[in-house]
Design a protein around this ligand. Structure first.
Ligand code: HEC
Length: 184
């Protein structure tokens, strides 16, 4: 009697797990969208602290920077496995073909976010001048002007936090303009 109910329960579980396969892809898309939203909130928090729109708190800066670091690089790549693109996801199916470019962008933003998180670890109690955009850059703006062909990119560890944030935001935009589409 007891055994039979257990078997019945197992059969019931097995049968619900079949349609769950489709739900699995759905959950993956929802999870990465949630992850992206967390990155957006983190980037906004840091931007507002630097813009004076929100009180600067070293601990909040640290938390937001570590969110960016944890959700970029290999973690971002892992959230976008092959053939999980197209509606209802806003990820373009082209990611399948342009995989190297997509992953290079994910790693690039990952390195910048890691550098920012390392700086945030040692964040001083107040925003200092050397954390600001332009600190330690050549007078012409240097790498701010973008990726000149053949130009060697500066080491992110040497860049001020605010500059790193701007470069991170550029990577969000580059990836979205290439690999995200509107879905209704
Ligand atoms: C390497 C590519 C890539 C990078 C880098 C990237 N994104 Fe995304 N982002 C995507 C793709 C693709 C989607 C669509 C995901 C989906 O719907 O499955 C997306 C979706 C989003 C969404 C919408 C989420 C939703 O609720 O549907 C937000 C917000 C977002 N990204 C913010 C950011 C921010 C902020 C950054 C930078 C800190 C960033 N993204 C960096 C590729 C990227």
């Amino acid at each position: 009697m007891k055994r039979r109910t257990l078997v019945a329960a197992l059969v019931a579980l097995a049968s619900v797990s079949l349609p769950a396969a489709a739900g699995g892809a759905d959950a993956l898309v929802k999870a990465r969208q949630a992850s992206m939203k967390e990155m957006a909130a983190a980037a906004k928090a840091i931007a507002e602290m630097f813009d004076g729109k929100r009180a600067y708190e070293p601990s909040a800066f640290k938390a937001a920077a570590s969110t960016l670091s944890a959700r970029t690089g290999p973690a971002l790549i892992a959230e976008f496995p092959q053939d999980t693109f197209g509606a209802p996801s806003a990820a373009r199916p082209e990611i399948n073909q342009a995989r190297p470019e997509f992953e290079a962008l994910a790693r690039h933003i990952g390195r910048l976010a890691d550098a920012l998180a390392a700086k945030a670890e040692k964040a001083p109690p107040e925003i200092t001048a050397d954390m600001r955009m332009g600190a330690g850059l050549p007078m012409d703006g240097g790498s701010l002007l973008g990726k000149r062909p053949g130009a060697v990119e500066a080491d992110p560890a040497g860049m001020p936090s605010e500059h790193l944030l701007h470069m991170i935001l550029q990577d969000c935009t580059s990836c979205h303009s290439k690999f995200r589409q509107k879905v209704e």
